[in-house]
Design a protein around this ligand. Structure first.
Ligand code: ATP
Ligand code: MG
Length: 203
């Protein structure tokens, strides 16, 4: 497939929840994306000290969560890569797959975009894609707005803010709940809840 507009939603997705889904769908709608590809992270350097569920479980949950949206796809491209995985390499992979004419929109929450200047080859990232970022409860709203403004300036308008219904939800909170035996219903799709319980994840 050449040309077109492709969203990339990167994340650990351990597990995927409605905060991820609502953000991806808002970006798709606002920028008329042809699709959004969810890319479960391989081995991100910033999470190296935290235990993380096997890639196959994170991919399976992401597939279950996205299967009812015809615009959503899942890619295991980062899980196949050796060593630390970096967004810049993922973008280059996508350009190879989709062609140079495709426009890429990298979708993130506020916490991720505020760290973007620490990412490997950030100037290349800003050249290869547009960044779409949503405010996320818990992040400092003023810092977020200033950061997006600043990035917009340095990247010549390749960074955009989108509005999403604020969901004060995180995978960390879901894992904590499962561990403590607290319900996770309505925080993520039923199929993902069922998968977590059946596989005994996060206990
Ligand atoms: P963890 O608590 O394990 O870090 P998480 O909920 O932050 O999990 P990630 O997989 O780390 O989820 O996040 C992937 C992407 O989704 C990041 O860009 C993050 O900012 C964004 N995101 C996660 N939760 C939300 C939310 N509730 N609203 C908006 N964006 C979100
Ligand atoms: Mg996170």
């Amino acid at each position: 497939m050449g040309a077109g507009k492709v969203g990339i939603m990167g994340g650990t997705f351990d597990p995927i929840h409605y905060g991820h889904l609502v953000t991806a769908e808002a970006a798709r709608d606002k920028f008329c994306l042809d699709k959004v590809v969810f890319v479960p992270s391989g081995n991100p350097p910033h999470k190296k000290d935290k235990p993380i569920s096997p890639g196959v479980d994170r991919v399976n949950m992401t597939i279950l969560a996205t299967s009812n949206n015809p615009y959503f796809e899942v890619s295991d491209i980062e899980l196949k890569r050796e060593g630390y995985t970096y967004t810049v390499d993922t973008l280059k992979n996508f350009i190879k797959i989709y062609g140079e004419d495709t426009r890429f929109y990298f979708i993130t929450g506020a916490d991720a975009v505020m760290e973007i200047l620490t990412w490997k080859d950030v100037s290349t990232i800003l050249r290869l894609c547009r960044i779409v970022s949503a405010y996320r409860p818990g992040s400092d709203i003023n810092k977020f707005v200033n950061m997006v403004d600043e990035l917009e300036r340095v990247s010549r308008n390749n960074v955009h803010m989108i509005e999403v219904p604020a969901l004060a939800l995180s995978s960390t909170e879901i894992r904590r709940r499962v561990k403590s035996g607290i319900t996770i219903k309505y925080l993520l799709p039923d199929k993902v809840e069922k998968y977590i319980l059946e596989k005994g994840l996060y206990r």
